[in-house]
Design a protein around this ligand. Sequence first.
Ligand code: G3P
Ligand code: MG
Length: 248
Amino acid sequence: MALLMPQVVGHRGAAAHAPENTLAGIRAAAASGIGAVEVDVKLTADDALVLIHDDRVDRTTDGSGAVRAMTLAQLRALDAGAWFAPAFAGTPIPTLAEAVAEILRLGLRVNLEIKPCPGRERETARATVAAVGELWPDDIPPPLLSSFAEASLAAAQEAAPGLPRAVLMDEGTPQDWLAATQTFDAVAMHGAARSWTATHVTAIKAAGLACGTYTVNDPDQAIALRRMGVDYLVSDDPAKIAAALSAG
Ligand code: G3P
Ligand code: MG
């Protein structure tokens, strides 16, 4: 199978080094030599796509409220960097279009995690694949879509069957994982690092699928997962993990 992702993928950009899900995070990953990032995509109240992980803005901005109840203009007025470090004060929540432009400019691969606000699973997926269709050049490999939300995976599959999908799970048996990848015609399984066992890896690989895992910040764990056969690791500190894998 063609390489879906390089061995190390920056989580939410490079969440240990820059505010998560911001252009600064994407740039931090690229600046440290990392070739791919994972980011979380949500819909605003007025149907714009933005990068943010939580259902509420409270943890990662200077504001308060639910993303699904806020407009793009309201979200853009927030500071998504000062909470992380004073040097990042004034960093905005990026739109998906801004993030894609930066990702393409930097030549990165990307895993777009569809992270719907509750109740917006299908529409978030449909909007994301429509945006990918508009924003992605034909001669660049498409993004890898993933989601924990089955309704989002189903809607992405229906709307854009040709865009590669990964199933996200944090627990379960190899049989559960295989069934889920088959249901959504996925090319990869993304499991929580603690959930991967040699049995899972063997079953997923035997089915011709790629194995990805999150969130790996411990070098010894990274080496053990790679030895198990996991293809790529999503890390908050991707440069540290890449260095450990090179040395190990
Ligand atoms: O996509 C991998 C990982 O980001 C999934 O968990 O909660 O960090 O989005 P979370
Ligand atoms: Mg994520």
